[in-house]
Design a binder for this molecule. Structure first.
Ligand SMILES: [Zn+2]
Length: 178
């Protein structure tokens, strides 16, 4: 039997415990799930496996500036899914979207679910990564109308929906709102 490899996303099932003992890069949640983005390597003879983390340049790191969509608003934090990051060559897509959260002390203004944000990674581990949108150049870059779901336009310090006329306020990333 041959060594087998496959790419796994964080949270994805790696193996059932009766099949493989996953010795690294996974946690047990009924089944073994990957705790990192990585390559699962299975040894069918020994019934062991490991998840080797992939840390390409495309993966977010502490201090990176990322682009994310806010997916939910919880009591403790905002949750987000990040899909791009800034690099020397501009903004590049992440190969795999990553999950992140923003604790309330790192949010200095209003953000809505469905909004796109420009944020800074402030954790060295993840996903989920911890993000901050404190500071004038961080925050909402595209807001969604709470009434009809259209993209809202900026008018002075306010946001106005071109479709239904709703007016709302957001913590705008100065110079980045589109
Ligand atoms: Zn609207």
């Amino acid at each position: 039997m041959q060594i087998k490899r496959k790419l796994v996303l964080p949270g994805e099932e790696v193996a059932a415990p009766e099949e493989y003992l996953v010795e690294q890069g996974a946690y047990l949640d009924g089944v073994f799930r990957a705790s990192v983005l990585g390559r699962a390597v299975y040894d069918p003879k020994a019934h062991t496996a490991v998840v080797e983390p992939i840390r390409g340049d495309n993966y977010p790191h502490n201090g990176d500036i990322v682009y994310c969509v806010v997916t939910s608003k919880g009591v403790r934090a905002l949750s987000a899914r990040c899909f791009a990051k800034e690099s020397k060559n501009g903004v590049e897509d992440l190969k795999y979207p990553v999950t992140a959260y923003i604790p309330p002390q790192l949010v200095d203004g209003r953000v809505g679910v469905g909004d796109y944000i420009r944020a800074k990674v402030v954790s060295s581990h993840g996903p989920p990564f911890t993000l901050s949108i404190r500071g004038p150049s961080f925050g909402v870059i595209r807001a969604i109308c709470p009434r009809c779901g259209s993209a809202m336009r900026r008018r002075g310090g306010q946001l106005v929906c071109p479709n239904c006329g709703a007016v709302d306020a957001r913590k705008i990333a100065v110079g980045f709102y589109v």
